[in-house]
Design a protein around this ligand. Sequence first.
Ligand SMILES: [Zn+2]
Length: 501
Amino acid sequence: MNELTSWIVSFDTDQIKNYIFSTNRLKEIRGASSLLLKLDRRRKKWIKNVVPGINEDNIVYSAGGGTSVLLDNEDQAKKVIAEVSRNFLDKTVTATITGVLLPPTSIFELFGQRMKQAGEQLRQAKEAKAELTNLPVEPYLHLCHSCEKYPAVEIMAERNNELLCKSCAVKRSYGDRSEFYQEFLKYVKKQDKNNQIWKKEMLPKDLDTIGKVAYPPGYIGLIALDGNHMGNFLNKLKKKEDYQEFSKRINCLVMDQTFTALKRYGQPRRLDTESYVAPFEIVIMGGDDVFLITAADIAIEVALSIAEGFEEGSKPILEGADMLQEKITMAGGVVLAHAKFPIPAMYKISEELQKSAKKICAENKYQTGALDFVVVSSSDTDLEEMRSPIPHYRPYLCKNLRKLVNYIRRFKKEEFPTSQLQAMYQSLFAGKINAQLAAIATLGRLCQSQDQKKYKLLRNFFKDFDVAFNGQLPPWTEKKITALADLVELYPFIGKEGEEK
Ligand SMILES: [Zn+2]
């Protein structure tokens, strides 16, 4: 089939993250994620229902909730859209998928440009649909206990007669098994046949379980990461085969880096006398997208490690595709909060953080990845409210966050008095001058002690985070921000152990 004279049909799942993160229950989040992954694979079969003889090679990709396929004619294209949409809704009950069709055209020379047009059309169709779906819901007798959105239809006898809607019940039915965790186990086994560290039964049963084995106790991290400016790379691909190859390699790279990071930092932890638990859950991993829930103390390391590894690993992929750019970078958000904090709110915050990280990636012409993070300490769910009172250094370029993490380790190794850090931190709330007085007083005191190590450490920290010291006083940089706020807030979430990079 000629890729320029064929019809392109492209699909994308609507509000995929809202569907997954609409509940606080890990089993339903996992179930939704596993179901969507199964449906990514199932779509091939649905397409074959309509076009039995189709060459699988005409399926450009099917991952991360989306699919693109090349077809012979308009009739086929329309039937495929109808078949896939119907089956998808049938399986998920509440999630929908949007499909668009693109007629053959000769105006584009590159396959990537056609795919870009399909993507554009898909985006518009999805936006139009989103407006339609916000219809008022009838008041029902009982709302689902889990999503509080749809009418309850099932009683879960094994869970205190909890009432669930059909959609949540379906999610729950898939929630005992994580497709991604299975993949992770395979990956670990492949690397080391005798590896018996992670086991099937170590899948956490709920978010509290992850919190229980975390440090500080009760805290979890939600990590959201994705590739920067991906469309810019995909557009330039000449042929369908290039596109397939590129998508496949990006997919593999993301998986590889995620698994590598989890293998390194996500060692099973003792839950009680009998059992161990893997301190993480892979929620989304498809295309250039990753969403993970982890024990709070590994979240920053895991996110950084994936972003750094992705950047490095993208180089040969770009080279293989004859691209001029050197690398693809990632932007991400990490939310650190108590396991009881509502997941839908946590997810929303992570997206805002990701946007803020993308902003400085753009300022740096996407030449470097970035992460933003927040420690949620109140029941506030508004990001701006949460961190408005004090000037901070966030978002961080990856290399700067690595530097911050290393400094936290050094402060811990040096047994720097946390009371002094706290005092300087508190003074940040009392205005610029008071913060200066506190920082200078601390430096002065440390300078007079016999052992100059702590003094040098604090001074170097300020210096390394843009405090010039030539008339410009710590903790402030020229822009009147300070990394001190971030150092203190992140302090409890970084272990003393662990190597410096
Ligand atoms: Zn529900």
